[in-house]
Write a protein that binds this ligand. Structure first.
Ligand code: FA5
Length: 359
């Protein structure tokens, strides 16, 4: 091959590339074909690469001129390729934005069926047990009078006993109002409304200035009240034993310990046998190691007692004629025992991962 041939071929080659690259890049419909078009020019077997190799055959005095022309064209091609890449990406994004906003290739999201919160479920179960025993269901307001929360239940005015239930007060013009600290307000309201005999259970939210792993500032209680002639402590124990065994099973034992609440006399706290280490199965070592009952075999679940004559007087019942019992238990605590929950706050965090694990 002569030097003149090389010059002619070089010039023709440059002209071809110069003419072709713009439309080759412009016609590429996607990144893959754009890269293929670029490879035809600048790849190891590309036209431009071959031209560079041809440089060796170009006469010495023309090499510099041709070299500069070829390099300039190479830069032009590279810039055009980068520009085409950007334009393609932009067009793709614009098409995406203009397209309907549904990607049928994504896996579907199954709607999760809702279910009742553990506290609601336990409340329903408790109410069912007591209504089966003949109790009516009563409700009362969560903001109530100080008088119903404390005075009418025999708490002396501003007596230190009210400290047992550290309270939230509500600004009001006349009578002192507060967020009820227990459901015992509902006993007062029902007795003011109705004459004996009566048997009610009253579930609902209550509020105290408490906050730790077993105490929440808002929690749930269920109150029980039965008033008639000749009601005795034995009736109270009978009802609570039946209740505990329906809730936790027939083997569960019940015991009372003397305790003080201003509105009952005598008053007691009721314990049930620990439903975690099950002492009735006779494994003393398991009970000794039980962290829930701390080795005692018993769990405290509620406060109760015989209604104090002072309470009957405050609602206009004749304490000579009527006797009655009352009890109040924490629904959250029952839910924690039933489902093995160690931190009460988990009940209020609305974390679906936790709630899904229950039942
Ligand atoms: C009372 O509230 C009495 N009204 C119960 C009562 C009714 C006694 C009728 C006698 C006759 P006490 O303050 O102990 O009692 O609360 C009752 C239950 O509520 C406790 O056993 C506990 O289970 C639950 N409880 C109390 N404070 C909290 C709290 N901050 N968070 C969750 N549960 C609580």
């Amino acid at each position: 091959m002569t030097d003149t041939d090389a010059v002619t071929r070089f010039e023709a080659g440059l002209a071809d590339v110069r003419e072709a690259f713009g439309s080759a890049f412009g016609e590429a419909a996607d990144e893959q074909s754009l890269r293929a078009a670029n490879a035809k020019l600048t790849g190891p077997e590309g036209t431009l690469t071959k031209l560079m190799k041809l440089m060796r055959e170009v006469p010495g005095d023309r090499r510099r001129e041709f070299g500069q022309a070829a390099n300039a064209l190479k830069e032009e091609v590279a810039a055009a390729f980068d520009g085409a890449l950007v334009a393609l990406a932009q067009a793709e994004r614009e098409a995406e934005l203009a397209a309907p906003h549904i990607d049928v290739s994504l896996p579907g999201r199954r709607p999760k069926p809702g279910r009742l919160h553990p506290i609601t479920r336990v409340t329903i179960e408790l109410v069912d047990i007591f209504t089966a025993l003949g109790f009516d269901v009563a409700h009362g307001p969560e903001i109530d009078l100080y008088e119903y929360n404390f005075d009418k239940l025999g708490f002396p005015p501003d007596h230190p006993a009210t400290d047992m239930q550290d309270s939230f007060f509500v600004k009001s013009d006349g009578a002192r109002s507060m967020l009820r600290t227990h459901t015992s307000t509902i006993q007062v309201r029902e007795m003011l409304k109705r004459k004996p005999p009566l048997a009610i259970v009253a579930p609902g939210a209550v509020y105290r200035r408490d906050d730790d792993i077993t105490h929440s500032p808002m929690f749930f209680q269920i109150e029980g009240l039965l008033v008639d002639e000749k009601v005795s402590f034995a009736d109270l124990k009978g009802v609570l034993t039946r209740f505990a065994q329906r809730l936790f099973g027939p083997d569960v034992g019940v015991r009372g310990r003397p305790s003080y609440f201003p509105f009952v006399e005598p008053g007691a706290e009721i314990d049930i046998s620990c439903v975690f280490c099950k002492p009735w199965e006779g494994d003393a070592a398991r009970t000794a190691a039980c962290r829930v009952c701390k080795g005692t075999g018993w769990l405290e679940i509620l406060g109760c007692g015989m209604v104090h004559p002072v309470v009957f007087e405050s609602v206009g019942y004749d304490p000579e004629k009527y006797t009655g019992f009352a009890f109040g238990l924490g629904i959250d605590r029952i839910a924690m025992l039933k489902y093995g929950i160690s931190d009460i706050r988990m009940l209020y965090e609305n974390d679906a991962r936790f709630l899904e694990q229950i039942g």
